[in-house]
Design a binder for this molecule. Sequence first.
Ligand SMILES: *Cc1c(COP(=O)(O)O)cnc(C)c1O
Length: 356
Amino acid sequence: MYTLNEKIRDLEPYKPIAGEYKIRLDANESFLCLPESVMASALHAMMRVELNRYPDPTAKDLCAAFAKSYKVKPACVAAGNGSDELINVIFQSFLMKGETYATLTPDFSMYDFYGYVSECRGIEIKKDENFTIDIDKVIETCNNENVKLLIFSNPCNPTSVGLTREAVRKIIRGVSALVVLDEAYMDFWNESMLGEFENYDNLLILKTCSKAFGLAALRVGFAVGNEKLVRAIKAVKSPYNVNTCSQKMAEAVLKNRAEADAAIRRLLLSRDELQQKFDRMAQRFPEKLQTVKSVTNFVVLRTPYAKELYERLLAESIAVRYFKNMSALRITAGSTGENAVVTEHIQRFFEEKEQA
Ligand SMILES: *Cc1c(COP(=O)(O)O)cnc(C)c1O
């Protein structure tokens, strides 16, 4: 009888929140559809795809559009089937079995998943109570523990907190590890390292089209770094990793920078609206609810009632994300209507608690 090995025996397929919900604020997706003109050019580009041919393995035109949009050299960009694939590729190839990587916890859960599957040793450097990062502790731990790869998101999902460029520079300069800087949410803030990655030989930056660009369905992400690092990624990724339809559609969207910037401004307005409503609620119920100052497109609510509130919202057909380890809910900025419904329910929940 065939038995699964120890490594995979107990793994479960990734399960996003299952079922149909009226309001989905659980996955940090954009709530906006593409503007009609952008959708038209994306569809037009897709119509000309030769489906009988394999995709361009280098995703040349897509990488060029990204490079132009972010003012980096095309040779410094590699495309992936979502940045998720690139995280996997990086763990599998930049680390040897048993080597050590470090994460700053709490952070994006996929890092540890791919670290585990790659049979590497993970160490967790804990953030403090306010989700801030002790830079000196990070540097010291990485160097003492012979860390080969340090990966973290900035701004961070799930905490919504960001590290300044100056702090990130200090980490990159202070460690000998490869630093994988996941800037999935940096389109919502302005402390990106994309303008200076060439100053470092140990920095890879990850970007995605899934959040600010509203293309989660296409699965398109990028790795940016010096040519040596990016060439290594291109050499180890699977050749036809990004399908032609996704390459063409994402390219069309990236070529419309002005439309993308307009969408990002709308997402930020929605985030500000949510943040303000929750800040006011936190002032009203200080013992029961605390907020975090978000620099992303989602807001974090810290409450001892996180699980109960999460279940209450699900019962109202509203999906948000519950984080047991932070005793918190992560709520993606939605449309004005969605924000109003979710904040109303949460306000009512705390009013009831106050009376109880
Ligand atoms: C959403 C997210 C990603 C994954 O992006 P894809 O390109 O859709 O795979 C990567 N990192 C962080 C921190 C994210 O929140």
